[in-house]
Design a protein around this ligand. Structure first.
Ligand code: PMP
Length: 356
């Protein structure tokens, strides 16, 4: 008799589907999205381009035009770049191409959960290396690990918000004998990068996304930079038409508007500093410094869940880490517009004044 269970890969049986909370909040400050939608003048340019789009044709599988602009903007040769359907897809491709049963996938803990989710989905062995006090990276633990691992480092780190020491990361790249992926999803907000180091280190891969600084989370575009040896292997596992034509066009348009996005990024950074100062001065809360577009903060006296639920009742969704042991008493807020952040401040103060 047919039994579906017999068909499910062992690695997949153990998984639970990735879910995002389905709550209807006026303020969505949980997913590190950019609070600013594309402005009118950029939209008009997009519309103009879309009129020329051949909807009946498959997209350019190599994203050649987009790659050219990335190459000239970031001074990386085109053969050193691969574009993906969001950086999530590129993480999948990396592990499809290089993840071997005999090697481990290493990453700090806590960090962006997709590294572990994809590795486990593919049945690969993972090892979480706990962060130290103040979310410091212990480079020695990565180096001492067996050779030929694949190491993921989110820089700045999601969800803690800090950039690990550059010295620690260079040690890992130079001494671990592993493939090292530095995920610079939040680069715009930190202005710190290892991008040009890909030309010096054959084991280094840099990942970037259009979802954060460029306001394109809806369109799913990201890219990797690494030497052509790595890129050519990744091309073998890339689905033929992975980035749709619309996403390619809009990505090209936004890349030509660098000064607008730089200005908006500066506004978000100013807001981050303002909200950090506010949180630091709230009794019962410890805020952690951030170089990204979000802030992690600890709520004392086991009140994190209470604050999270109360914020939802007041129409504000942020992120809870109830199930992530070292930060189970923490919440993370993504930066909104000034007006949205003001509402968050007001509602949080109300909730905490009642809690005490
Ligand atoms: N890397 C990190 C560190 C992230 O936090 C996220 C999204 N939250 C991503 C990658 C995913 O980016 P994309 O939207 O390009 O898939």
């Amino acid at each position: 008799m047919f039994n579906l269970d017999n068909f499910i890969r062992r690695a997949v049986k153990k998984l639970v589907p990735y879910r995002v909370p389905n709550v209807n909040c006026v303020l969505k400050l949980d997913a590190m999205e950019n609070p600013y939608n594309l402005p009118e003048d950029i939209l008009l340019e997009v519309i103009k381009e879309i009129k020329e789009l051949k909807f009946n044709r498959y997209p350019d599988p190599m994203c050649s035009d987009l790659k050219k602009i990335i190459s000239s903007n970031y001074q990386i040769p085109e053969e050193w770049v691969i574009i993906g359907n969001g950086s999530d897809e590129l993480i999948l491709n990396l592990l499809l191409a290089f993840g071997r049963n005999e090697n481990k996938i290493l990453y700090p803990y806590p960090t962006f959960e997709v590294y572990g989710i994809i590795a486990k989905m593919l049945g690969l062995k993972t090892e979480e290396i706990p962060l130290e006090k103040n979310f410091k990276l212990n480079s020695q633990k990565f180096i001492d690990y067996e050779e030929d691992s694949i190491i993921f480092i989110s820089y700045p780190n999601n969800p803690t918000g800090n950039c690990f020491s550059q010295e620690a990361i260079y040690r890992i790249i130079e001494e671990s004998n592993s493939l090292v992926v530095i995920d610079e999803a939040y680069f715009g907000f930190s202005d710190k990068t290892f991008l040009l180091d890909v030309q010096r280190y054959p084991n280094l891969i840099i990942s970037r996304t259009f979802s954060k600084m460029f306001s394109l989370a809806s369109l799913r575009v990201g890219f990797l930079c690494a030497n052509p040896g790595i890129i050519n292997v990744l091309l073998k596992v890339k689905l033929p038409y992975n980035v749709n034509s619309f996403s390619q066009i809009v990505s090209k348009v936004v890349l030509s508007k660098n000064s607008y996005f730089k200005k908006k990024t500066e506004e978000i950074i100013e807001e981050r500093e303002r909200i950090y100062c506010f949180l630091q001065n709230v009794e019962g809360i410890t805020a952690y410094p951030s170089e990204a577009n979000f802030i992690l903060f600890k709520v004392e006296n086991n009140q994190a869940d209470y604050v999270y639920e109360k914020l939802i009742k007041k129409g504000i969704l942020i992120r809870s880490f109830k199930n992530i042991s070292p930060i189970s008493d923490c919440l993370r807020i993504s930066m909104g517009t000034k007006e949205e952040n003001d509402i968050f401040q007001e509602k949080l103060s109300q909730i905490l004044s009642k809690a005490h």
